[in-house]
Design a protein around this ligand. Structure first.
Ligand code: FAD
Length: 471
């Protein structure tokens, strides 16, 4: 009997352009796809963990269309793989590489343990366009600044996407599987999962539709309107890219075709795709970016590190009394997504006006974002705080009031998310009160709060601390 190959599914929930899956299919062996809710996934925040499970369930349905299945298990990755190797007599394991520190530590240990068992361990590229070690400066080091990174990669030849396999040979008998519904990952949301679910776009087919719709109808607006949060001019593909429901290569080639057709926003879209690559480059070469100030001088900066202060609580709840900040925080809570400009505004407000450590914001985003990505989130927070490699200088304090006037001139974004003061608030705004935990004890009839700090006073305090720094 031919021994099967285990295809370890992680954040690559797609059939098309999936090199690890193609390698498993091309092995000529029966393929057993397995998803493990492992030690890395267990540490995810509530929303990304729940969304991960939804993505895995959708992928299971896609695999069934190929005559296959997805085996669900929960436990330490190597323990589960060991069990499955014993149960199935598989002689090799294939997977798509990951680059964040937790995944790298897990995968390095798994690879060594498999080799010690004389089991084949075969990892593939698929989550990024460029392996972090394949992009080097003239001196052979890492890039610390985005623009030279973009210049180094933008003209590289990128192979076309791989077709989906049309069949996966099943094993003679399937190992047992958990029922992922019984994991009840929505419970950990501690909030209205059914509210957030209305805004998700789960699975490979939905991701492809999203890319197609963006290219057909919005890419021309992208350059001019992508900074206006009420316009919906961006692709929203971050949710799907993070779970591998679409490959960066498919997005890249779609953007290249649009550029060849002379579509206005195409190059800007490609540049944004490369920001994601840059984040993976940074996180792989400097994994401490996820946990520590990238520029160590910031270690002595007098940031508040207490996530439980009333100011920070009001920031999390979207009750700072600053409309752009509150609209954005509520958007994230209700939809699992926040517009990029809004991420910069709330990040600046937390780290500057509220003088609170970026790690508090990073952790909250990691709990609430359906598109949570360990690399982009860390790079984004260190950028906004001024402590990162290619960072906005600390003295660049976004003014959330003038930003709102500029990027939400007709007030559509604020109205969409802030119910207070509206006699008939839209569903999005009232949904915030359905989504938040009861423990927050919020009153839908309460008046809109006074500012936690005025924009001018917060700016003055932040700049004074910056002037007094000793680095
Ligand atoms: P589009 O504008 O359509 O861009 C296309 C794709 O390019 C995105 O889907 C994304 O994959 C990539 N991209 C765009 N902007 C960036 C960027 N600044 N950095 C890295 N990749 C980018 N992005 C995440 O995917 N996950 C996160 O957890 C995350 N956290 C962030 C935290 C902060 C504080 C900041 C400032 C930014 C963060 N970003 C994060 C980056 C960015 O906000 C989102 O990628 C973007 O808003 C996603 O919306 P979109 O798919 O419509 O983007």
């Amino acid at each position: 009997m031919i021994s099967p190959v285990l295809y370890w599914v992680r954040r690559d929930f797609r059939l098309a352009d999936n090199p690890a899956l193609c390698a498993a299919a091309a092995s000529g062996r029966p393929v057993i796809p397995v998803f493990i809710l492992d030690e890395v996934a267990e540490r995810h925040g509530a929303c990304p963990k729940w969304r991960l499970g939804l993505g895995a369930e959708a992928f299971a349905r896609s695999l069934e269309g190929l005559g296959s299945r997805l085996i669900f298990r929960r436990g330490r990755a190597m323990d589960v793989l060991d069990e499955l190797l014993d149960e199935t007599n598989a002689e090799s394991v294939v997977w798509t590489r990951a680059y964040d520190p937790d995944s790298v530590a897990r995968d390095t240990a798994v690879k060594a343990a498999l080799k010690a068992r004389s089991i084949g361990a075969d990892s593939h590229k698929g989550h990024v366009l460029f392996e972090p070690w394949d992009v080097k400066t003239g001196q052979g080091g890492l890039y610390r600044v985005y623009t030279p990174f973009w210049k180094a990669v933008k003209d590289r030849e990128i192979a076309g996407p791989l077709a989906a396999p049309d069949h996966l040979a099943p094993p003679a008998s399937w190992p047992k599987s958990d029922d992922p519904a019984a994991w009840n990952l929505a419970l950990a949301m501690d909030r209205g999962a059914e509210v957030v679910a209305q805004h998700l776009c789960v699975g490979e087919a939905a991701a492809r539709d999203r890319l197609d719709a963006f290219i057909q109808t919005r890419i021309d607006l992208y350059k001019a309107r992508r900074d206006y949060p009420a316009d919906g001019a961006t692709s929203r593909l971050s949710e799907n890219l993070t779970y591998g429901e679409i490959s960066p290569r498919l997005c890249w080639h779609a953007g290249q075709r649009a550029m060849a057709e002379g579509r206005a926003g195409a190059e800007h879209f490609l540049r944004e795709i490369v920001w994601r690559e840059f984040a993976y480059h940074l996180v792989f070469h400097t994994p401490e970016i996820t946990t520590r100030n990238w520029r160590e001088g910031w270690d002595s900066f007098p940031w508040n590190r207490d996530a439980t202060t009333p100011d920070v609580r009001r920031w999390r709840e979207g009750r700072t009394g600053i409309r752009f900040v509150d609209a954005a925080m509520r958007e994230m809570y209700v939809t699992g997504h926040m517009h990029n400009r809004a991420r910069m505004i709330v990040g600046s407000f937390l780290t500057k006006h509220l003088m609170s450590h970026w790690k508090i914001g990073l952790d909250w985003f990691a709990d609430c974002l359906a598109d949570w990505d360990p690399a982009s989130n860390a790079m984004g927070w260190q950028w906004v705080a001024g402590s990162g490699p290619d960072a906005a200088p600390y003295f660049r304090v976004f003014n959330p009031e003038t930003q709102l006037e500029k990027f939400d001139a007709d007030g559509a974004y604020a109205r969409a998310w802030i119910a207070e003061g509206q006699s008939e608030p839209p569903k999005t705004a009232s949904d915030d009160f359905r989504a938040v935990p009861l423990a927050w004890d919020l009153d839908a009839l309460a008046a809109y709060p006074e500012p936690v700090i005025t924009v001018a006073a917060g700016r003055k305090r932040a700049l004074a601390a910056y002037e007094a720094r000793d680095f």
